[in-house]
Design a binder for this molecule. Structure first.
Ligand SMILES: [Zn+2]
Length: 384
């Protein structure tokens, strides 16, 4: 007969799980009830990894313990609840990075309650421009853009592709290299404070929307503007105008490719000549996991490294992440094609003909340097 997990066991068990998650820098802990167990998984470098499979008998006491910690109603098992685990920093025993917050969300499922704890680390996503893993050519072009005083840099890629990390790195680079510039960031939400930057919290469903904030801001004489995301035609039009009137502007646009982002602007009603005159460059990026330096192994026959797994990387074989990216600058032939309203296929063919380095090719650079693997490239670029 299976031993019942007592309340006392659950306290220790939950403590160990939370501490392990903090120690290993997990961004989320999932407690997923199944027909016969409670599966504990950590999100490490963006991917979920099963850590433990607890017996079904432990399920109720473990979830109850989490609900106590999160200040939730322990007697309500039939409704979704959200809370915060107080004194998050106290769980950081032996941790490398400081935890600033832990949020708990529970949800009823047919197999019992599912819980997710989200962990917030002080330095998560805080990276210097030269530590992002970008190729020398792309890094240099970003630095050149940062040193300028007019134009629009658009970052594109799916959600979770590190766009806000790149924007943050660009802002800090500008702060370091051009001190004294007036820098304003419009964000939804503001993820972290950056000293020296005026940060504005946008309310997409309130009065302070991106277009409203941007319109007023342009009268406040900013030199550098960062906009979290271009979500609608009105914002897109204002971004283009700002870029044409002596501002350095950076933003993101949801799209799968550089050509796709350019066409999306046209679909939003921006005139081709405005796109060609305002946009300086487009950067399409993805995050790949970095091979764990402690356990990666060279496969001599294939001439590249492979993931192994050790204690340091929680047996994932990876530790940390880096960017792969492709950059498109609007030069003569590309401008001409946009002015002629070329379609996606034509733009992509034009780029390929002119030796454009795409995401997969940039990924090969990281594989050749022994920093990531073919399977990781396949995972993030399967549809590239
Ligand atoms: Zn390892």
């Amino acid at each position: 007969m299976k031993k019942q997990t007592t309340q006392c066991d659950a306290v220790g068990l939950v403590r160990t799980i939370l501490q392990d998650a903090v120690k290993n820098g997990a961004s989320d802990i999932h407690f997923e009830p199944t027909a016969g167990s409670l599966v504990v998984r950590f999100r490490l470098d963006g991917s979920l990894k099963t850590i433990e499979t607890l017996p079904k008998t432990a399920s109720d006491t473990v979830i109850s313990r989490l609900k106590v910690l999160g200040g939730l109603l322990t007697y309500r098992n039939d409704i979704p609840q959200e809370g915060r685990i107080e004194n998050a920093g106290d769980w950081a025993e032996g941790a490398a990075g400081a935890v600033t917050d832990m949020r708990l969300a529970v949800f009823p499922t047919i197999y019992g309650q599912r819980a997710v704890v989200r962990l917030f680390f002080e330095n998560a996503g805080l990276m210097e421009l030269d530590k992002l893993g970008l190729s020398v050519a792309i890094e240099e072009s970003l630095k050149a853009f940062a040193a300028g005083n007019q134009g629009v840099l658009l970052l594109t890629g799916p959600a979770g592709s590190g766009k806000s990390t790149t924007l943050g790195a660009m802002l800090r680079y500008i702060l370091q290299t051009c001190p004294g510039k007036s820098i304003v960031a419009l964000e939804d939400p503001v993820e972290r404070g950056i000293e020296g930057v005026t940060q504005v919290q946008i309310e997409p469903h309130g009065e302070l929307t991106f277009p409203v904030a941007l319109r007023s801001l342009l009268r406040q004489d900013p030199e550098v503007l960062m906009l979290g995301e271009i979500r609608d035609a009105e914002t897109a039009k204002m971004v283009i105008e700002a870029g044409l009137t002596g501002h350095l502007l950076m933003s993101t646009l949801h799209s799968g490719s550089c050509s796709g982002a350019l066409l999306r602007l046209l679909e939003m009603g921006i005139e081709p000549y405005q796109v060609t005159s305002a946009i300086s460059a487009i950067l399409n990026q993805r995050l790949v996991r970095r091979l764990c330096e402690k356990c990666k192994r060279r496969d001599e026959s294939a001439g590249r490294y492979e993931a192994v797994g050790c204690e340091a990387c929680v047996n994932t074989g990876y530790h940390g992440r880096m960017l792969l990216a492709e950059r498109v600058e609007l030069d003569g032939p590309l401008r001409k094609a946009i002015l002629q309203r070329a379609d996606l296929e034509t733009l992509d063919t034009l780029l390929a003909e002119r030796g454009h380095m795409n995401l997969v090719q940039d990924g090969r650079r990281l594989i050749a340097q022994g920093l990531t693997t073919e399977s990781e490239l396949e995972r993030v670029c399967g549809g590239c």
